[in-house]
Design a protein around this ligand. Structure first.
Ligand code: AMP
Ligand code: AMP
Length: 331
């Protein structure tokens, strides 16, 4: 068996972790990035050009580790149909890609969630408007009143109530962004806290460098294009809340969709009242784990060797082989 993934996002970490666990590795993607994975960072033993070279992957007896890029570029339908074994539960994809199903899942897990406005004319405080299917925070905008909403929504082609199915209007929660990364081992029935990051976003993280008066004069609006990730270590008294939120998400997934296993991430903010308000779940490895190729403070507390999320996935695959239980974790 070989470990394969799409050449972007968190592939360096996934493939490095797989090699550390003794697997041969495969990267696939555009030929332009081949040197990145084979020469500058020699983590891929094989590089195949293509978005998803199914034949070659089957021949190599590869298992695909999905990332945000793999799912984004292939699309949920193709991923559901793919024949190469996939690490994780594919049933989760539907729940995650549909904002109403995702909401049902997070509500069942009893997480604190931002209020959703079905009717923009009810907006009575700051909101963040998210077009459906927007990748990486592109096209989001902030509004503070119904008039403000309708004025700004126009550039998305949203002019009347019939067009509202294209966007979700969430209460804008004021707090600091915190993205905890988890790993649920289906083989051991245990949840692990792997690491925590926040994103470095353009231009959201640039606006504070401009004095308020100039901000208004320049008419700057906020974008959330991810450029990188910054590690966070949480205040220790917050850890139990974060861990319990993860446990409840796993439990809700067992009831709703046959389970969630492997890496996942809750994306939210901590408010001044120390409440963790979650606005999204990523049900696979997030790129925010990339600062921790050599492990994080949290994995170091649990393991006596450097464990990244990528390596943790490979450890689970290795255990699956050793215990003859791979079938339980691949779909
Ligand atoms: P890419 O392959 O870099 O074009 O990314 C594919 C998807 O993963 C996009 O939706 C990105 O927003 C997301 N993504 C990529 N890199 C990161 C990162 N470092 N942090 C958060 N999200 C990311
Ligand atoms: P997302 O694409 O949902 O991960 O969000 C992109 C950016 O918008 C991140 O910087 C988040 O911190 C911010 N964000 C998303 N939803 C909310 C919300 N309901 N309240 C405050 N900030 C948010």
């Amino acid at each position: 068996m070989r470990v394969a993934t799409y050449a972007s996002h968190s592939a360096l970490q996934i493939l490095k972790g797989a090699k550390d666990e003794g697997f041969e590795t495969v990267a696939f993607g555009p030929s332009k990035v081949k040197p990145l994975y084979t020469r500058y960072f020699p983590v891929a033993d094989h590089f195949i050009e293509g978005k998803y070279p199914e034949e070659e992957l089957l021949e190599l007896e590869a298992v695909v580790v999905p990332t945000g890029s793999f799912v984004a570029y292939l699309g949920v339908e193709l991923v559901e149909k793919m024949e190469v074994p996939y690490y994780g539960n594919k049933a989760v994809l539907r729940w995650e890609s549909d904002r109403s199903l995702e909401r049902e899942w997070l509500e069942k897990a009893k997480l604190s969630l931002p209020r959703i406005y079905e009717d923009p004319d009810e907006i009575d405080g700051p909101v963040i408007v998210k077009p459906f299917g927007a990748g990486g925070g592109r096209g989001y905008f902030l509004a503070s009143s119904p008039e403000d909403f309708w004025k700004k929504a126009e550039r998305l082609g949203v002019r009347e109530k019939e067009d509202l199915s294209r966007v979700q209007i969430q209460e804008y929660v004021v707090g600091v962004p915190v993205y905890p990364h988890y790993f649920y081992s289906k083989l051991n029935g245990e949840l692990e806290l792997m690491s925590v990051d926040r994103r470095y976003e353009s231009n959201a993280d640039a606006i504070g460098r401009i004095p308020a008066r100039e901000q208004i004069d320049l008419g700057i609006s906020t974008d959330y294009t991810v450029v990188g990730n910054i590690p966070i270590v949480l205040r220790e008294s917050l850890l139990m809340d974060v861990i319990e939120a993860g446990e409840r998400v796993v439990k809700a997934a067992e009831e709703l969709m046959g389970g969630l296993w492997g890496p996942f991430c809750l994306e939210g903010v901590f408010t001044p009242d120390m409440e963790f308000v979650v606005f999204e779940i990523s049900a696979r490895i997030v790129a925010g784990t990339n600062p921790f190729v050599h492990g994080s403070p949290y994995t170091w507390l649990r393991y006596d060797f450097p464990v990244s999320t990528g390596r943790r996935i490979a450890m689970e695959l290795k255990q699956g082989i050793a215990e003859d239980r791979l079938g339980e974790i691949l779909t």
